[in-house]
Design a binder for this molecule. Structure first.
Ligand code: HEC
Length: 108
């Protein structure tokens, strides 16, 4: 029993470290984390890089960045509630903001 109690501070320390790590990831609403998300979640269908070319059926991220119809509101609304053929992707608000920041960074 005593041995277990002695481990509590260590356990709490690990908890705090993990929690800080998670919040550091979650708070990165910047283009870099958006790019990582895009590469991980969107490349199967979209051209996410600035200089690639792809099909017309699926808009590339650089075409979105350079087309005024893709406002932040439109992107945000779409990402929270996409419709077929694009699947719903479970993204947090922070992740959506990061992806939009990344798309904006492709503007020429
Ligand atoms: C399984 C394939 C697939 C994946 C994965 C996917 N998309 Fe799409 N996405 C599509 C298709 C297909 C369309 C075109 C839908 C249409 O025009 O009706 C589309 C359209 C869009 C649009 C345009 C919406 C509009 O207003 O016209 C945005 C923005 C978008 N996707 C963002 C993303 C982002 C960001 C990701 C990654 C988090 C992603 N997509 C992942 C297939 C996909």
């Amino acid at each position: 029993m005593l041995a277990k109690i002695r481990h509590i501070p260590l356990f709490l320390g690990i908890l705090v470290t993990v929690a800080m790590g998670i919040s550091a990831i979650a708070s990165g609403a910047d283009a870099d984390s958006g790019k990582q998300l895009a590469v991980k979640l969107c490349t199967n269908c979209h051209i996410v890089g600035g200089d690639q070319r792809g099909s017309d059926a699926v808009p590339s991220f650089s075409s979105m960045a350079n087309n005024a119809i893709y406002s932040d509101n439109r992107l945000r609304g779409w990402l929270f509630n996409p419709h077929p053929p694009m699947p719903a992707i479970d993204l947090s608000r922070t992740e959506v903001d990061a992806i939009i920041a990344y798309i904006r960074s492709l503007q020429r």
